[in-house]
Write a protein that binds this ligand. Sequence first.
Ligand code: SF4
Length: 403
Amino acid sequence: MTYLENVLRSIEKLCKISSSAAYDIAEKVLSNKEIDEKDCEFILRCDDPIDLELLRLCALYLKIRTSGRYVTFVCNRNINFTNICVIGCLFCNFSVPPGDSSGYVMPLSEVERRAKEAYMRGAVEICLQGGVNPELKLDYYINLLRIIKKINRKLHIHAFSPQEILSLAERENLKIVELLKILREAGLDTLPGTAAEILHDDVRKIICPRKMSVREWIHVITTAHGLGIRTTCTIMYGHVEDIEHVVQHLKILKDIQRETHGFTEIVLLPFIHHNTKLRNIRNCRPGSSSIYDIKMCIASRIYLHPYITNVQVSWVKLGRKLAQYLLTCGANDLGGTLMEENISHAAGAFEKEYITREELIELISSVGMIPVERDTLYNILRVYQSGNNSSALSGTTGSSLAI
Ligand code: SF4
């Protein structure tokens, strides 16, 4: 019996003893129908252990149907080129205001050195993100992109959050579309879909009152997609938001994807509360519980299917063991090796900042999945069928499934 048949058999057994609401969701999943917002809310509120196990298996079923037993990761490096920021989000302990003695702007030569080092170690992606620093002009961003592309044109540049794009466009008096074209010309490949946090203005007024609005985030993202610049999308949960806000957020992402097909994946980001101002706000939760992380993963997989089919869990924020477990709850991607990730660490994330390729391979294979190294756009670079024996392949995740 195959892995998928085993999962199906367990789903059928649990359907006999589950609630009617969980059964209805399972039935939709098995008959290839989309679930709606009410179903999504049911998953996020579900406390019954049998229902939850059934829903977990449904998420796993969809993951296996979509990408087999492959679990992907990318060899990349994050470079946070400045920590000076005027936005002051309450959940952020990475940035400092202008004038602060610990503020920095990385010289271009240092960015180049780090990117080169990553490239020499086999990285295929450089991720550039920084604070909104009013001193940085368009030339700095263009030069950042150019020096990295000079190392190798194929080195993929995943850079600048929608907030950085919006603020730079305002500073330079450019339309978003004009700025994106200039940056693309200089070497920008894709954008991180960060700055989304929770796409509900009531929540944003509390956690990041000076940040871009929901409408502005959608505008930057859909403009990028319109130009063929793909982006990720993210959700940061486990603070002051309600489940209704989460459902609205996921609905916005699904609606955008239905139109543009521009998202490569959703990245689940639990709020890391240590050392942040937000933790002192009344009604703010100290991050999510692990059971809520599990429900978020299940809901994202089932609700967003078949529009967004890559669900990434962050080993930095969740910890390795929970991230590993989520590979059995619908997640199919563990993100990057990173090499440095100052933002989570400033907020108190406990994982060390770099995970080796070998560690990721071990993490994935020990839950019965097949480790696959990918590029930013989910093209397969290498499949690790057993241990470290690798075989170079090309194609996409869906092209060669191990079910
Ligand atoms: S999350 Fe980004 S925009 Fe907000 S304060 Fe931190 S660096 Fe600035």
